[in-house]
Design a protein around this ligand. Structure first.
Ligand code: GLN
Length: 311
C-alpha cells in the first residue's frame, strides 16, 4: 500500500488534505485531519486551511507543492509534532518560531498568561518602579510566556532563564522577531545550581516570578505520547519523583528573587496544589502563602498563585 501521491495528479488542496487524512488515520496518527490541513495550508502560505481562499482550495497543487506536502507529511508519519513540522506556532496571538527539542507551548499555558495579566492589570500585584512589573520567567523554552507578557504589558521588563542552550537561542530569536529585545534579558541558567543568582538581578528583586516548570512525575514520563517522548527535551518535562524538583527550587529561592510582597505564578500537575501546600507549611521561613489555585479548561487544578508575605 502506497501512501505517496503521484506527482502529476492535478490534485486540489482539498483532495490532498483528504488523501493525507486517510493515510494518517490508517497509520493511527493522532489528529489526522488537523495535521494534514495544517501541512497543506502551510505549503500554500496560510496558517489554517479554513483561512485559505476558496480558489486556492480547488486549484491543483504544483508538483513542487505536492512534493513539499509529501515531505512534511512523512515527518508527521514519524510522529513529529505539527508545531515542529511547520516551524512556527501561535501563542497568545504571537507567531513564535518552534524547533525541536525546545518545549512546545500548550494551550493551558495561555490560561496561565491570561491569569497573570488579569492579576497585574487589576493590580493586586505590585508594580515596578518605572510603572511596569519586573518579571522573572524560569524555564523560558521558546519564550512564549515571557514574550506574551512583554507584548501585553508595555511597561514590563523580563528576565528569562533556561538551562537549555537551544531554548535560550530560540527565545532570543523569537524576541528579535517580535522586536521585544529591548525589554528582555535572556540568561542561560540552571536554577538547581547554587550561587548564580546574585548577578541575575540587575534591576533588584522582582515583582513576579512566572514558570511552567518541568512538573511531570518521573514515573509518568514513559506514558507520554510518542510526539512528546521522541521530540521534546525530557529536561523540560521531568519534574523528578513527585514532579516537584524544580518547583521547590523556585520556591526556596523566593526570598532572594522576590520583593517582599511579590508573587509567584506556576503551572503544575493537578496533584501539586496539595503537595505544594504542605511543602510550604514545612517551610515557614520562606514566608510564602498559597493564595489561589485555578483550574484549566478541562477543570483540572493547574495554576498556583503564591505570594510572599514579608522579609
Ligand atoms: N503539560 C505538559 C505535558 O503534559 C507538561 C508541561 C510541563 O512539564 N511543564 O506535556
Amino acid at each position: 500500500w502506497q501512501p505517496y501521491l503521484p506527482l502529476a495528479g492535478l490534485l486540489s488542496a482539498t483532495e490532498v488534505v483528504s488523501h493525507w487524512t486517510a493515510v494518517f488515520e490508517k497509520r493511527g496518527i493522532p489528529e489526522a485531519q488537523a495535521s494534514s490541513e495544517y501541512i497543506v495550508a502551510h505549503v500554500l502560505g496560510a496558517k489554517t486551511f479554513q483561512s485559505l481562499r476558496p480558489v486556492l482550495r480547488t486549484q491543483p497543487l504544483s508538483p513542487w507543492q505536492l512534493q513539499h506536502v509529501q515531505k512534511l507529511s512523512s515527518c508527521r508519519l514519524q510522529r513529529m509534532p505539527v508545531q515542529y513540522i511547520l516551524g512556527e506556532w501561535d501563542f497568545q496571538g504571537l507567531s513564535l518560531k518552534m524547533a525541536p527539542p525546545v518545549f512546545i507551548p500548550r494551550p493551558e499555558t495561555e490560561e496561565l498568561v491570561e491569569w497573570v495579566l488579569k492579576e497585574v492589570t487589576q493590580s493586586s500585584c505590585p508594580m515596578g518602579a518605572q510603572g511596569g512589573p519586573l518579571i522573572l520567567e524560569v524555564g523560558c523554552g521558546s519564550g512564549a510566556i515571557s514574550l506574551s507578557l512583554l507584548s501585553q504589558l508595555p511597561q514590563s521588563r523580563v528576565i528569562a532563564v533556561d538551562k537549555g542552550e537551544a531554548a535560550i537561542c530560540l527565545t532570543q530569536e523569537n524576541a528579535q522577531r517580535l522586536r521585544l529585545l529591548d525589554r528582555i534579558q535572556i540568561v542561560p541558567l540552571d536554577v538547581t545550581l547554587e550561587g548564580s543568582w546574585s548577578h541575575l538581578l540587575p534591576w533588584g528583586p522582582m515583582d513576579l516570578v512566572v514558570s511552567n516548570p518541568p512538573y511531570i512525575f518521573h514515573q509518568d514520563m514513559e506514558q507520554l505520547a510518542p510526539e512528546i517522548r521522541s521530540y521534546e527535551d525530557p529536561v523540560a518535562l521531568d519534574g523528578g519523583e513527585e514532579g516537584m524538583d524544580i518547583i521547590t527550587h523556585i520556591l526556596a529561592l523566593a526570598p532572594w528573587l522576590l520583593k517582599d510582597s511579590g508573587s509567584i505564578f506556576l503551572e503544575v500537575d493537578p496533584r501539586h496544589p496539595e503537595l505544594v501546600g504542605s511543602w510550604l507549611q514545612s517551610r515557614p521561613d520562606l514566608s510564602l502563602d498559597l493564595v489561589a489555585v485555578r483550574k484549566d479548561f478541562c477543570g483540572r487544578p493547574r495554576f498556583l498563585h503564591i505570594r510572599r508575605s514579608g522579609p
